[in-house]
Design a binder for this molecule. Structure first.
Ligand SMILES: NC(=O)c1ccc[n+]([C@@H]2O[C@H](COP(=O)([O-])OP(=O)(O)OC[C@H]3O[C@@H](n4cnc5c(N)ncnc54)[C@H](OP(=O)(O)O)[C@@H]3O)[C@@H](O)[C@H]2O)c1
Length: 255
């Protein structure tokens, strides 16, 4: 497929998991992809190598999103890699989860760190990225189903709720430039964030019983939805949240 031929994309947290699948999919569709990572250079290189082996184009850019000062390095690397080309697609995917961030276990320090990566970084990445993005470009924020179902780790859920608000506000303000801004909200997906899925067949079966399509998600299931928003086919959709979860908790399990 070549629907993004000539376009460029930045995918944060593209070294592993869902971000890697998004980077691979956008590159397969023809985009030159900036593969952002935080610390796992080996994984980022592996993503770039996989894209190149498949005939695509990519380069890696590093920045710890917990540190605002590192955004300068992120954009310096991005500008180098783009070599004068604009940025057509931004996918804010990188995030951290903290299962100790419950009402009992939350600390101000851990709260600040999680919000720095999951909320502050996307906001200020968008602020800088908009200067590189032409009219008609695309922003996709990767949120989570925990914005509509309750989980004990309240801090993570709060951060994703904030990201959903960012999407709506940006869609509203950037519409006049023809820039679409949408949220893709994954369900339970097999990545390093969810190691318990691979480690416990019982837990995986429990998840499968809550999902209409009878299994947990794979990163490519999410990437394909992001690709829709990034493509010309998504031109008339903005400010929306798409739940990409196989039908999670649609109703009580059927016999
Ligand atoms: N997996 C799920 O079930 C699920 C469900 C709902 C929503 N989501 C959302 O989907 C997105 C991707 O999740 P995932 O499961 O693919 O996560 P993952 O496998 O844990 O990968 C996280 C990615 O984010 C990067 N990252 C983490 N902390 C960073 C930091 N401080 N600075 C820069 N980069 C950082 C990592 O880079 P390094 O490799 O360098 O560490 C990695 O590329 C997240 O927004 C997550 O909240 C996931």
């Amino acid at each position: 497929m070549t629907v993004l031929t000539g376009r460029t994309a930045l995918v944060t947290g593209a070294s592993r998991g869902i971000g890697r699948a998004i980077a691979e999919r956008l590159a397969a569709d023809g985009a030159l992809v900036a593969v952002h990572y935080g610390s796992n250079e080996t994984a980022a290189r592996a993503t770039v190598a996989a894209i190149e082996q498949a005939g695509g184009q990519a380069f890696a850019v590093r920045a710890d999103l917990a540190e605002t000062a590192e955004l300068a390095a992120l954009f310096a690397g991005l500008r180098d890699g783009l070599a004068g080309r604009p940025l057509d697609i931004l996918v804010n995917n990188a995030a951290v989860i903290d299962y100790t961030g419950t009402i009992e276990g939350a600390t101000p320090e851990a709260f600040d760190r999680l919000f720095a990566v999951n909320v502050r970084a996307p906001l200020f990445i968008v602020q800088r990225a908009l200067q590189l993005m032409p009219d008609g470009s695309r922003i996709v924020n990767v949120s989570s189903g925990v914005t509509w179902f309750a989980t004990p780790d309240v801090v993570y859920g709060m951060s994703k709720g904030a990201l959903n608000v960012l999407t709506r506000s940006l869609a509203h303000t950037q519409g006049k430039r023809g820039i679409t801004v949408n949220t893709v909200s994954p369900g339970i997906t097999e990545t390093d964030m969810n190691t318990w899925l691979a480690e416990s067949p019982e837990a995986a079966r429990g998840v499968a019983n809550m999902v209409a399509l009878g299994r947990h998600g794979q990163p490519a299931d999410i990437a394909d939805a992001v690709a829709f928003f990034a493509s010309d086919d998504g031109r008339w959709v903005t400010g929306q949240t798409l739940e990409v979860n196989g039908g999670l908790w649609l109703g009580p399990p059927t016999p």
